[in-house]
Design a protein. Structure first.
Length: 270
């Protein structure tokens, strides 16, 4: 499967799972949803890969990878304040920074800048002040997402299977536990819903990202993941009933065009 299709599958899966996760806020709160997501994802990945303990050489990148995954989950507290599309657009600043910082050709910078313009259009200011707490959580998640892309490629290159991913998600689950341990997550129906969110928003996309990053540079995946802004807008509308103005859909067109161009370039470079 091509890298562009792998990233597209990751984007659709993570945003759909995120929308369903936001639906659980009333029952479990953002912290509870994060704990359910990461704990179940760690269990599934450990069961699939049954990894041996990482070597001392691999331990630092795995711990860093796990910390980045934990930080990315700050998007869930952000969703408590912001619509999905707004939070996702802010989170994309991390991957876009990676794309620009690691670019080697003017074309790569161009893809990133067009995507950044699309993100700006997607949620350009219209007289509404965004909650500061939501923006702060989304930007911290953005920084973590940038680190996730870089570390995911490094970990994936050093270990060909998904064993290090399983350990990294386990590290992230341990780091998240204190923030959701008191949440009322023990009802069977909520546990089942949390398992579904974990598979959709963590197990599938993290695995697809790792596979894509073995094929193309982090900067290419970073630009392709700009599609998250578009998919978040659609998922928010379909699952949560969130509505976007016309200017937001103009931004979606820019982001989609940039991601499609990057996908064609990545295919030619394989």
């Amino acid at each position: 499967m091509g890298a562009a299709l792998l990233v597209l599958g990751s984007v659709v899966s993570v945003q759909t799972g995120q929308a369903f996760g936001k639906q659980l806020f009333a029952a479990a709160g953002p912290g509870g949803v994060v704990v359910l997501r990461l704990v179940f994802a760690a269990i599934v990945l450990l069961a699939i890969h049954r990894p041996a303990l990482p070597s001392w050489r691999n331990l630092p990148p795995v711990l860093g990878f796990g910390a980045a995954i934990a930080g990315m989950n700050l998007i869930y507290p952000a969703l408590g304040f912001l619509p999905m599309g707004v939070a996702s657009a802010l989170q994309l600043l991390g991957p876009l920074t990676v794309a620009v910082a690691t670019a080697r050709r003017a074309r790569d910078v161009g893809f990133a800048l067009v995507a950044a313009f699309g993100v700006w259009l997607f949620h350009s200011p219209s007289g509404t002040t965004l909650p500061a707490a939501g923006v702060a959580f989304a930007l911290l998640s953005a920084a973590s997402m940038g680190g996730y892309l870089v570390l995911s490629r490094k970990v994936g290159a050093s270990v060909p299977d998904g064993s290090m991913l399983a350990f990294a998600v386990t590290v992230a689950a341990v780091l998240a536990l204190p923030f959701g341990v008191t949440a009322p997550v023990w009802r069977p129906s909520l546990l089942l819903a949390g398992f579904g969110v974990a598979v959709l928003s963590a197990v599938i996309p993290y695995s697809l990202d790792l596979a894509a990053l073995r094929r193309v540079p982090a900067r290419t995946v970073a630009v392709l993941e700009s599609l998250e802004a578009a998919v978040a807008g659609v998922a928010g509308a379909l699952v949560l009933g969130e509505r976007l103005p016309f200017v937001a859909w103009a931004g979606i067109a820019c982001v989609t065009a940039s991601a499609a161009a990057a996908g064609r370039a990545a295919t030619r470079n394989l």
